[in-house]
Design a protein around this ligand. Structure first.
Ligand SMILES: [Zn+2]
Ligand SMILES: [Zn+2]
Length: 512
């Protein structure tokens, strides 16, 4: 759940006056309680590791059961870790201690040192690195008994580096941007008020999306796909689909991940990335179907759509917050004055609700858009492997595939559905079924929350297989999705114009 983590970390780095520890002596209490809490969660991780290693040593035949329990507990402990650090910051006084101890004198007043807000979520970073070091042994033991090919498990340092790289790119990059902006606000307030700075800080997000692929390659250690039959097939397929990209890249995860993704807005800075394991474990036709899914994202303009959606949405949310602030500040009615008095008591906390608002909004609205776009890309994956015969029963060497991926046939759909099914199998996802009603409901909710961007695998597969004997439903889906995208983007545009007029465009620009 990187998105949840990103917003929790951003919230921790905001200029909030964190509360004091529960008892005196304050500094010692904050420090002692936090160190104790961190030690307890690391001990829990250690206990899980020991259980996995010992059980597998004693009875390797329990490997599937152990793997399932390990994954379940590790996910559970992820939330325990976040909860523990939140408690340290909010109740044990860690946030207060960090802000108090890291002051420096600047311009005749005490200021938080540059980038010192990162010390507030510091306990989380300690837990995270500790967990990577601890879980390594459990992962290695599981790797041995699950026989993931003949590949040896990677050394501890490489495993650590792999995790650090992923975390840096997906979580720390946005957090670092916010922290840099806050540091500049403190140490160069005049600069941050200039128009050039404002425009630059607004342009950061689109620029990041545009140049992310160039950053991603060295950060994740991605390598160009070596020449060979797979690359030749992808190149031929790209030509048939009229798709251009800068390169096909391989992500060496030592068999840890079965995944593929596309990144980049423009063909010159666009990459299609495959992990080592998906290239090794998927048969050629299913791999081509997965490649087709990624091409589908580009063909349907999803990356542009997401960039536009995020830019518009964040502007609308900023305008909405400004509008509400102005409304409450200018109101004169009795109730509003009372509300204002009440809010005054939480003054130092008011940076937090907008973060919660953005998180919830992305989860619900972006989730809805993303799941529909994933289905559209799934359909493009099916079309990539489809012939022109809508009632075909199978393909052979003589099958002719139409250029551009313009047809849909039952065999193409089944090929792509098999690929999804295999990825699900290899990832060990959604295996469990049965159990009591409440457990089933909880599992379904959890499955949905985890799959908020893609939708649960089983639903994606069921939808596609259902299409094989009613191909006419596909154009209807495309029309509905087009209408959904138009309504969504137009609503955002209308909301932005209305709010911009209400609060004044200059004020809105200044507030961004
Ligand atoms: Zn996708
Ligand atoms: Zn066919």
């Amino acid at each position: 759940m990187p998105i949840l983590l990103v917003f929790v970390l951003i919230a921790a780095c905001l200029p909030v006056e964190w509360p004091q520890p529960p008892f005196a002596p304050a500094r010692e209490a904050a420090f002692g309680l936090t160190v104790g809490a961190v030690a307890i969660v690391l001990a829990l991780a250690g206990a899980l590791r020991t259980w996995v290693v010992r059980t597998l040593r004693r009875d390797p035949s329990r490997r599937y059961e152990v793997a399932r329990s390990y994954n379940k507990w590790r996910r559970f402990l992820f939330f325990v870790n976040i909860g523990t650090v939140t408690t340290c910051v909010l109740a044990f006084g860690w946030g207060w201690l960090a802000q108090r101890e890291l002051l420096v004198f600047w311009n005749k007043s005490a200021q938080l040192a540059p980038f010192a807000e990162l010390a507030v979520p510091l306990p989380y970073f300690v837990i995270l690195i500790g967990c990577w070091l601890i879980y390594y042994d459990a992962e290695r033991a599981l790797h041995r008994v699950l026989h993931l090919g003949d590949r040896p498990f990677w050394p501890r340092s490489a495993y650590l580096l792999h995790n650090v790289r992923q975390f840096a790119l997906m979580v720390m990059l946005p957090v670092a941007l916010i922290v840099t902006q806050q540091t500049l606000n403190r140490y160069a307030p005049e600069t941050t008020r200039t128009v050039v700075y404002k425009v630059a800080s607004l342009a950061v997000v689109p620029c990041m999306i545009l140049f992310m692929p160039l950053l991603m390659k060295p950060l994740l250690g991605l390598k160009s796909m070596p020449p060979g039959p797979t690359r030749d097939r992808f190149e031929a397929l790209a030509k048939r689909l009229d798709f251009r990209c800068a390169d096909f890249l391989v992500w060496n995860t030592h068999g840890a991940s079965i995944n593929a993704f596309i990144t980049g807005l423009l063909p010159r800075v666009r990459y299609v990335v495959f992990t080592d394991r998906i290239l090794e474990d998927l048969p050629a036709d299913e791999l081509d179907a997965v490649f087709g899914h990624e091409v589908g994202h580009a063909k349907h303009g999803h990356i542009w759509l997401y960039a536009g959606f995020l830019t518009l949405s964040l502007s609308v949310l900023a305008a909405l917050v400004l509008f509400l602030t102005k409304y409450i500040d200018s109101a004169t009615s009795e109730d509003m004055l009372r509300l204002r008095m009440w809010l005054e008591g939480f003054k130092s906390w008011l940076a937090l609700p907008p973060v919660a608002l953005v998180t919830a909004y992305l989860f619900v609205v972006f989730g809805a858009l993303s799941r529909r776009c994933e289905r559209q890309a799934d359909l493009f994956g099916c079309k990539t492997m489809s012939c022109t015969d809508p009632v075909c029963t199978g393909h052979d060497e003589k099958t002719v595939y139409p250029p551009g991926g313009s047809c849909l046939c039952p065999t193409g759909i089944r090929t792509f559905a098999h690929a999804l099914d295999r990825v699900r199998e290899l990832n060990g996802m959604e295996h469990e079924s049965g159990g009591r009603a409440l457990r089933r409901v909880l599992r379904a909710v959890w499955g949905w929350l985890r799959a908020w961007q893609h939708g649960p695998m089983s639903q994606r597969i069921a939808y596609l297989l259902g299409l094989t004997d009613r191909l006419a439903d596909e154009p209807r889906f495309q029309r509905r999705l087009f209408a959904f995208k138009c309504v969504l983007m137009l609503s955002l545009l209308v909301a932005l114009v209305a709010l911009g007029e209400a609060v004044g465009w200059k004020d809105l620009f200044d507030a961004m």
